[in-house]
Design a protein around this ligand. Sequence first.
Ligand code: HEM
Length: 266
Amino acid sequence: MPKLPAPPIPAGLKPKPKRPGEGNGKPKPQDVAAEAGIHAVDWVDERTSLSGGLRWLMFRKVPKGTNWFYTLGSATLFAFLSQAVTGVFLAMYYDPSPIHAYESARYITNDVFLGQFVRGMHKWGATVMMILIFLHLGRTFFFGAYKYPRELNWVIGVVLLVLTMVMALTGYLLPFDQRSYWATIVADNINGTGPLVGPYLADFLRGGPEFGATTLSRFYSIHMLLVPGALIALIGAHLWLVAKLGTTAPPWLKVEPPEDLRKAKV
Ligand code: HEM
């Protein structure tokens, strides 16, 4: 891949040169504040060299014809972050025991400050994330972004999709009301009909032959520890590959030969 020239430092981060005879010799308070910010950034950068990595990540060449469909990946990422934030607040009040689960969810909705809002955001956010992930998958498929050299990113994407569906399945049980209880039993039985691994998978999800207390705590730990951890790691790998390989140009754009080749033809 060709090495891009180092991008310029943003104007806001450069100290302004002083004009001769400017002001009464004392710096303005806003300049002092700006300088303090620059010094703090410099201090961290000198010790970590983070700015090189950040510039590598942020200043990229984008293909011609990039359009709104390219924002679907970032929109999915935003939905995931929103789920993570609202989920943390729900976990502060939720109790994953069969006796208290329903009551704790009811308590969040009716008694906790903004509880209904946060629970609603988490519930609707799950649906929005599912829709966005499929739209993003469709975009990458129809733009041919799964082809060389991005096959690995496609494979990581498929795992992200499966994990997102696991989040939806395990989260559905947590309110522990009649609907979530029976719907999860149906889903678990459907898993059990899968070839070869099906019965083992259903058994693993139930945490034994019976659907009960172990199932709920198992679903909770998968929902808030195991799968989010895997999602964070895989989204990191996914984005690293996007930054490394760049995004695919829309398929309807004609490939233009590089400038030097065009000149060579004449
Ligand atoms: C948690 C789920 C996901 C997140 C947060 C995510 C995020 C992103 C982002 C931010 C981009 C760059 C911008 C863009 O092209 O939209 C991207 C690109 C890409 N994603 Fe995803 N993605 C996810 C799931 C998936 C899935 C399910 C697939 C396919 C099975 C997929 C395949 C790809 C591919 C192939 C690219 C490269 C696109 C290109 O080169 O034009 N991603 N993803």
